[in-house]
Design a protein around this ligand. Structure first.
Ligand code: FE2
Ligand code: FE2
Length: 149
């Protein structure tokens, strides 16, 4: 449809241009990741764990979608990519425990800053390689906003 042909007409409001990979489903998941992380960054002590759990729930789905694609493509570096996902979720689980059980909000808030740095690096390396492969396999197309996979 003509209204869907220009990706520039529907930019992500929360995803910095240098983090946009041009694959609509990936960019949408990444925009949500940033939005939920922003919510977490502004959460009070009372709302922090709930905001963290919302970020974790989304991130598990986001990572699972990427890992499904990587398996479908039998993508060679898929184990390295997936291990980075697992490492982040493992650290997140431990930090959540420290916050919830020990009130270590300082550790929780430090993690948010580190997640921003990790995310930028991961998107520009692992996820960027993945998107190139998705296009090569015809799984995702740059100008198909609503029908990926
Ligand atoms: Fe990603
Ligand atoms: Fe990833």
């Amino acid at each position: 449809m003509s209204f869907m042909t220009s990706r520039a007409m529907r930019p992500s409001p929360t995803l910095a241009p240098d983090l946009q990979l041009g694959e609509p489903m990936t960019d949408t998941m990444h925009a949500e990741f940033v939005t939920l992380l922003d919510t977490l960054a502004h959460a009070s002590d009372e709302t922090w764990v709930g905001a963290f759990d919302a970020w974790v729930a989304h991130t598990k789905q986001h990572f699972a979608q990427e890992e499904t694609w990587l398996e479908e493509m039998n993508f060679a570096p898929r184990h390295c990519h997936a291990s980075q996902h697992r490492h982040v979720l493992s650290v997140a689980a431990e930090v959540r425990r420290q916050v919830a059980d020990e009130g270590r909000f300082d550790t929780g808030r430090q993690l948010v800053g580190e997640l921003r740095e990790w995310f930028a690096w991961h998107v520009k390396s692992m996820d960027a390689f993945m998107v190139v492969a998705l296009r090569e396999h015809g799984i995702a197309k740059a100008d198909n906003a609503d029908q990926v996979v």
